[in-house]
Design a binder for this molecule. Structure first.
Ligand SMILES: Nc1ncnc2c1ncn2[C@@H]1O[C@H](COP(=O)(O)OP(=O)(O)OP(=O)(O)O)[C@@H](O)[C@H]1O
Ligand SMILES: [Mg+2]
Length: 351
């Protein structure tokens, strides 16, 4: 922590204590520059950001700037110059900052990859694919968390045939905004072997606060190998939060002209929120539109083309879940998504 502002330092130390850590503190940018690369996380007080930028400490990951003044343009400029990933403005961002401390401590290896799955149009097959990817990953022994972020989707637990499994659901968690322990989240959610799930109950609650989504995803990343989120096309604040937390976003688009048009509008919403969007095409379409045409038109990398899976609706109705048949088109598409997740992971390890 590089900070020469006493009231700010006091606040941040309190948050560190809440996350269970005590930082090394210096007021001096030269000392900070020497410790720069070794620290797991560097927290720079807004008043020290410009001074630090002037000594050019070099690029590194996990640098954040913390300040009390929202309107200070100088802070943002200095933050950019030192390569900060985020600027936290207190007191508003207190929970997020505590999360950042906790993440940095809890991390066992790297944080879990977060994959959001979104349909390019209604009924594209996004929820089924999200479920199928989660099933495949958990079958392969990965601790997987499947989060249903679609309040009007009818419940992803129904897609998987897990609605009778007891455990926490969104209404129990929607009041949460602070840090959630990863281990207790995993213990409290409905789970079948390696697959935990956060779905809806059949009650009235229809909105998740963004802060609850943030806490859940952060805790999920600390306690699972992979987090998959079924994100609705109509983005609410929780869905936006989920996308911002995602390492990868998969857009599912049927190979039909109207679906492509709809998907381009969905994509425009996703772009500012999430950087790595790729495509799964459900097709070929009735008029012969191929996956390559969909990919070219939308300008997205194609992960998989998913042929019509005639058994899928039946399999879900019977409570067996999508991809119950391990060799069907849905299961194969899910495997391709997982391969993409794995290459993403190994790419991250190399950098
Ligand atoms: N590859 C496939 N082949 C055949 N049917 C499929 C396939 N994928 C999904 N379906 C069927 O399409 C319907 C819609 O699937 P799903 O609910 O996953 O779509 P969605 O994109 O999540 O829709 P929504 O807009 O409601 O969120 C379901 O009836 C499902 O059984
Ligand atoms: Mg859906």
């Amino acid at each position: 922590m590089v900070c020469a502002d006493e009231p700010l330092l006091e606040d941040v130390l309190r948050m560190c204590a809440a996350a269970g850590t005590a930082p090394l503190v210096t007021r001096d940018v030269a000392t900070a520059r020497r410790a720069w690369t070794a620290a797991p996380l560097v927290v720079v007080g807004a008043e020290s950001a410009a001074g630090l930028a002037a000594v050019d400490p070099g690029r590194r990951a996990r640098v954040v700037v913390v300040g009390l003044d929202v309107n200070d343009a100088g802070t943002w400029a200095a933050a950019v110059r030192i390569g900060a990933e985020q600027v936290f403005v207190l007191p508003g961002d207190q929970d997020a900052l505590i999360d950042a401390f906790a993440n940095c401590l809890d991390r066992s290896g790297d944080d879990a990859v977060v994959v959001s799955v979104v349909g390019g149009c209604g009924g594209a097959g996004a929820s089924c694919l999200a479920g199928a990817v989660a099933l495949s990953a958990s079958r392969a022994g990965e601790a997987t968390l499947l989060v249903d972020a679609d309040p009007l989707g009818g419940g992803i637990d129904m897609v998987l045939g897990n609605e009778a499994v007891t455990g926490l659901r969104w209404p129990d968690l929607a009041v949460t905004s602070g840090r959630i322990s990863g281990r207790s989240l995993r213990a409290a959610l409905p789970r079948l072997s390696a697959l935990s799930m956060l779905s809806w109950d059949r009650g009235d609650l229809l909105t998740i606060p963004a802060a609850s989504m943030r806490s859940v995803v952060a805790a999920g990343q600390r306690s699972h190998d992979l987090v998959i989120i079924d994100v609705p096309r109509r983005l609410d604040p929780a869905a936006e939060e989920a996308l911002m937390r995602s390492t990868m976003t998969v857009l599912v688009v049927p190979a039909e002209i109207r679906a492509i048009a709809a998907a381009s509008r969905v994509l425009a919403q996703l772009r500012p929120l999430t950087s790595q969007v790729s495509l799964v095409v459900r097709g070929p379409g009735p008029s012969g539109v191929g996956a390559d045409v969909v990919a070219d038109t939308l300008g997205l990398p194609l992960i998989a083309s998913m042929r019509p899976d005639r058994k899928i609706a039946e399999s879900i109705d019977e409570g067996l879940g999508p991809g119950a048949r391990r060799r069907g088109p849905m299961a194969t598409a899910a495997e391709s998504v997982l391969a993409s997740v794995r290459s993403h992971r190994s790419g991250r390890e190399l950098t």
